[in-house]
Ligand binder design. Structure first.
Ligand code: NAP
Ligand code: G4F
Length: 383
């Protein structure tokens, strides 16, 4: 018998990779998507199946994490073996602007899922994965952070996720439910939302390389993150629900890098050397040199001459509007428990992640440039 999974947040980065992964494993995957005035299923359109077909393995339901009755009805109809609760207002900076909404979706939304499973009498059937986060460690109390490190959340997002973390533990202990937290450190990919720092950088640098963007404004360049690839991290979510007993796990690479170094590495990937000068809000990133062979291979020879003219230009600047009222300065995870108990091992390191994201964004931005100038760059697009 094939298993049935319900994914909240199926239209997001992780939801897209996880649904593809579970479908390949033979699952029937149900997903909850929000009603929006524009199509919001880009990331899963390749998995879409006509609703008139029998035996579909991807089925979407309209819903929202703020609507208990809707969630309860969907769970009741599907009777899932596994629920992956990935839906969230997931942007830390935005949570300072929308704290109540973030608490409702990210905190109470988790309670709504757990309580629906309990009220429907599914506690012994349905296993629940909760998308917990390294943001819980906030003002870190230990380096590196592991499952036993005390939490010190630093944003409305992290505080909401702290409620979700503990309500998951509480339902596990109170009702003997198979409910688990994956404490995932930052994970990125070509599908990453465009306003998270890595994707903002890979998109902007691709556009700068192609000559369609002058510069990019960033926030705090000195904070450090432990970045992995989302494709590796969704496998950990699955493994967490396949264990004999429910538990909580840290998923991380164990390597931490500043935002500044991420930007320099992303430029280096396409043969550009970037030097940073100045401090704080006056810091800038200046194009210092370009390796013609690498640039031609990764971006395209026809863009090289124009790009060389830009050596000496300040292309990375700081705008304090991107600073956060309280910042998480350092994250670095210790995933020893996941490695030993789950057998989880990431395939991508940071360089491989950056290569994947840059290649994807250069391709996408070439297409954008082509569409903008009405075909003038058609040769570049196909080269
Ligand atoms: P994402 O790309 O921002 O996706 C979030 C998903 O949640 C989207 O499908 C979004 O729908 C949906 N959603 C938002 N508000 C909702 C609501 N009120 N009702 C129903 N659905 C709603 O996030 P992600 O990077 O895939 O992350 C997945 C989960 O892991 C999130 O809970 C996030 O907080 C957590 N997490 C992420 C990371 C990371 O580094 N990526 C690390 C640790 C934990 P729309 O498409 O309609 O917006
Ligand atoms: O990419 P970010 O917005 O991710 P952040 O805040 O670490 O949160 C992400 O990872 C969490 C896991 O730890 C998830 F739970 C959460 O849902 C989300 O996926 O920012 C990373 C760092 C921050 O220190 C930020 O201040 O980059 C810094 N930063 C510097 N300039 C910037 C920018 N962040 C953004 N988004 N945009 C900037 O221009």
């Amino acid at each position: 018998m094939s298993k049935t999974a319900l994914i909240t947040g199926i239209t997001g980065q992780d939801g897209a990779y996880l649904s593809e992964f579970l479908i390949k494993k033979g699952y029937t995957v149900h997903g909850i998507k929000r009603r929006a005035s524009l199509f919001n299923t880009d990331r899963i359109d390749h998995l879409y199946q006509d609703p008139h077909l029998d035996n579909r393995n991807l089925i979407l339901h309209y819903g929202d994490m703020t609507d208990s009755m809707n969630l309860t009805r969907i769970i009741s109809e599907i009777q899932p073996d596994e629920i992956y609760n990935l839906a969230a207002q997931s942007h830390v900076k935005v949570s300072f602007d929308t704290p109540e909404y973030t608490a409702n979706v990210d905190g109470l939304g988790t309670l709504r899922i757990l309580e629906a499973v309990r009220l429907l009498g599914l506690t012994q059937k349905t296993r629940i994965y909760q998308a917990s986060t390294s943001e819980l460690y906030g003002l870190v109390q230990e380096v590196p952070q592991r499952e036993t490190t005390p939490f010190y959340p630093r944003s409305p997002y992290a505080v909401a996720k702290m409620y979700a973390y503990w309500i998951t533990v509480n339902y596990r202990e109170a009702y003997n439910m198979f409910a688990c937290n994956g404490i995932l450190f930052n994970h990125e990919s070509p599908l990453r939302g465009e306003t998270f720092v890595t994707r903002k950088v890979t998109r902007a640098l691709s556009r700068i390389a192609l000559g369609i963007q002058k510069e990019v404004y960033m926030g705090n360049l000195s904070s450090r993150r432990d970045w992995g690839h989302a494709k590796d991290y969704i496998k950990a979510m699955y493994l967490i629900l396949q264990q004999d007993a429910p538990d909580d796990y840290v998923i991380a690479t164990g390597v931490t890098t500043t935002i500044r170094d991420f930007i320099a590495k992303a430029f280096a990937e396409i043969g550009v050397k970037l030097d940073f000068t100045g401090k704080g809000a006056d810091e800038t990133g200046v194009i210092a040199a370009v390796d013609a062979a690498i640039f031609s291979e990764k971006v395209g020879e026809s863009y090289l001459a124009a790009f060389k003219q830009r050596i000496g230009e300040k292309v990375v600047k700081v705008d304090p509007q991107y600073f956060r009222p309280t910042e998480v300065e350092l994250l670095i995870g210790d995933a020893s428990k996941s490695r030993s108990r789950l057998g989880w091992e990431p395939k991508y390191d940071l360089d491989a992640l950056i290569a994947d994201m840059m290649a994807s964004d250069i391709k996408t931005m070439k297409k954008e440039a082509y569409l903008k100038d009405g075909g003038y760059r058609i040769l570049n697009y196909f080269e």
